[in-house]
Write a protein that binds this ligand. Sequence first.
Ligand code: HEC
Length: 150
Amino acid sequence: MRSILRSTILVAVVAALTMPAFAQDARVAQQVKLRQSAFTVLGAQMSQMGAMAAGRAPYDAKAFRLAAERAAFMGTIVPDLFPAGSAGGKVKDELWQNSADFQKLMNDMKSKTAALSAAAAKGESFDALKPLFGAAGGSCKACHDKYKAD
Ligand code: HEC
């Protein structure tokens, strides 16, 4: 009887000790999922504009402007999706040790996507938008090359 009681207590203690770890894992998995989803939405806008810029899709000024606006908006969200303790996904470990550099690259992406969106909203020509799109895309690559695993 006593040994049953003892093992019941042991099970309860083990459960109590491991529960927070499970909850923590679930929370991190959720943060990674949200981050990757937001990047997927951002990436979809860039792909849509990229197809037009590369001539794979006909240029549609309205669709381009909308995609640029949405990319700029998503660009303001993704920097907030790297809270401390959310390591995982395709984030390289170096990211957590170089937060100043990472922030700088995020800010660069934010200003480039904002500049593209502003120019598209002003009705700039496709020829004027293309280099701005290229610069925005370059700002994604600059960070991925350093901090995103394939
Ligand atoms: C300052 C760094 C940084 C910038 C700038 C950046 N990214 Fe990323 N991106 C990352 C990291 C890190 C990941 C990996 C996230 C993860 O797996 O949790 C990622 C992941 C992604 C993914 C993959 C999502 C998935 O489901 O695995 C896409 C798509 C993406 N980024 C698109 C973009 C686009 C488009 C831009 C530019 C408009 C951009 N990113 C700018 C760092 C950046």
